[in-house]
Design a protein around this ligand. Sequence first.
Ligand code: DP6
Length: 327
Amino acid sequence: MSEASARAHPNIALAKYWGKRSSSLNLPAVGSLSLTLAGMETRTSVAFRDDLDADRIELDGAPASEAIRRRISAFLDLIRQEGGTQRRALVRSSNDFPTGAGLASSASGFAALALSAATAAGLELSPNRLSELARRGSGSAPRSLYGGWVRMHRGDQESGADAIATPLHPESHWDLSMLIAITTEHSKSQGSTDGMNLTRDTSPFYDAWIDQSEPLLAAMTSAIASRDLAAVGALMEASCLRMHAVMLSADPGIIYWNPATVAAIERVRELRSSGLACYFTIDAGPQVKVLCEAANAPAISTALADAPGVLRIITTQPGPGAELINE
Ligand code: DP6
């Protein structure tokens, strides 16, 4: 087969990845733990063709920018190398959610691309090998290969063979919702890769960020296993705020938040003190994601939508891993 299509869902890290121990193989400096989300998806099709002299990349129906084209072509080179082919590809990808605004589009994007491109090239990869490949595209992408609760390992090997994702629990493990408060529809100013490198190179708090990550991951893993929302929520907020603290302490400081981001955080804290359990996390963008019991999602969504500057709420649930589809 020289053509294949796949879909993948974004994931949100409850324990964050920020920093690389190697840029060339995109090896993370810390492990992370995420929840894959149903309710938003990326669909990607890849066709390797004899009649193309350059890769052609279409995102949401339009030609990709030069920067994105280069990043995707570099990823396709890895696939071509592994599959022993020189053929260029036509890649068509679409998201049903805002791209590049801190909604993990690179995670679902590279998970769907890794699966469709590897299949189109006729590669028969083990799940761990596919994970390694997806990681070369984006460090959070291996997590979107699996459904539900997923651990991404920092790994120790120079080769990156153990810097892979492994599933912890399926999506049926826990009936939670993740609400996403959209505070702007615009793309973010600084991508994660540049932000991580700047943080590593300039923050005086970078080593402290690295040191706290494994104990937090261990505590969160057991809190998820026992479905302890208060414990997971507290650890999730700690991981988020520590990550943003290390970003803020880079030089120049990286600020992904806007006023509505802060208003949504305040609303979450108010809801919690009124007895509704909910917890926030924020990635490399201004949107606020809120974790709660599924039964409480409608009430929390209404209260969040009313926070100053919040434009709309997307409701998501634990979702499945990446899969091949017929397009
Ligand atoms: C803040 O996976 O986008 O969302 O590996 O450079 O592509 P690259 O970075 P990326 O970073 C995600 C950062 C984060 C936290 C997380 O998802 O763990």
